[in-house]
Design a protein around this ligand. Structure first.
Ligand code: SF4
Ligand code: SF4
Length: 202
């Protein structure tokens, strides 16, 4: 019984006078978390293409997608007050680096409206019906990945060439596109299908 007690005492004295405490002096001395720490998620404006995959994968539904066709903008709003810091948004990001977790951990606040992280992207709308097709940067990214194959899809091709995307010069009474020239327009899948059907069966 005696020997172990002496050993413990020796260990305690070593910690106090030689090794120092195991704990840090935070908050007196700022503590820097390791680089691999899964802290506050943050968007990288340049790397994010606005596809919304992170919002769909988020298990805590901490990311909201708000599309506004009137201003042609898509907002991705991440609320880190309900984030569970799982890292799924980063692991499943389309471009790999659009969102990542920083080693920031001091997130306490009295105002929860401050706990947001937002990224904003331009939307591409169907020239006929105005439906949301996607974020322009996302369409460009897909076109870049497809290379020459993107020319098989006029929407991807035109979204990639910004100057070529122009509003329909001659809107018709009907919402349904009807001419062969309408094939080379930025159209949603439904309107493109209608063009093809009209082209094939008049
Ligand atoms: S690029 Fe990544 S971060 Fe941006 S919306 Fe898509 S999945 Fe989210
Ligand atoms: S870390 Fe997890 S919970 Fe937080 S935003 Fe990303 S996917 Fe959602």
């Amino acid at each position: 019984m005696r020997k172990p007690k002496l050993r413990e005492l020796a260990e305690a004295l070593k910690v106090v006078f030689v090794r120092g405490p195991y704990t840090s002096s935070f908050p007196k001395v700022p503590y820097e978390a390791p680089k691999t720490y899964r802290g506050k998620p943050a968007y990288d404006e340049k790397e994010c293409v606005g596809c919304g995959a992170c919002a769909r994968i988020c298990p805590a539904r901490a990311i909201e997608i708000i599309d506004d066709p009137a201003t042609k903008t898509r907002k991705l709003i991440l609320r880190y007050d309900i984030c569970i810091f799982c890292g799924q948004c980063h692991a499943n990001c389309t471009t790999s680096d659009g969102i990542s977790q920083t080693n920031e951990y001091e997130l306490a606040t009295l105002d929860r409206s401050e706990t947001t992280e937002t990224v904003e992207k331009e939307l591409v709308l169907c020239e006929y019906c105005g439906a949301v097709i996607g974020a322009r940067e996302h369409l460009r990214w897909i076109a870049g990945r497809l290379g020459a194959q993107a020319y098989s899809n006029p929407t991807l091709m035109l979204a990639g060439i910004e100057a070529a995307v122009a509003p329909c010069p001659s809107p018709r009474d009907s919402n349904v596109p009807g001419l062969r020239s309408d094939l080379v327009r930025v159209l949603c899948p439904t309107c493109r299908r209608n063009v093809f059907l009209k082209e094939e069966w008049k």
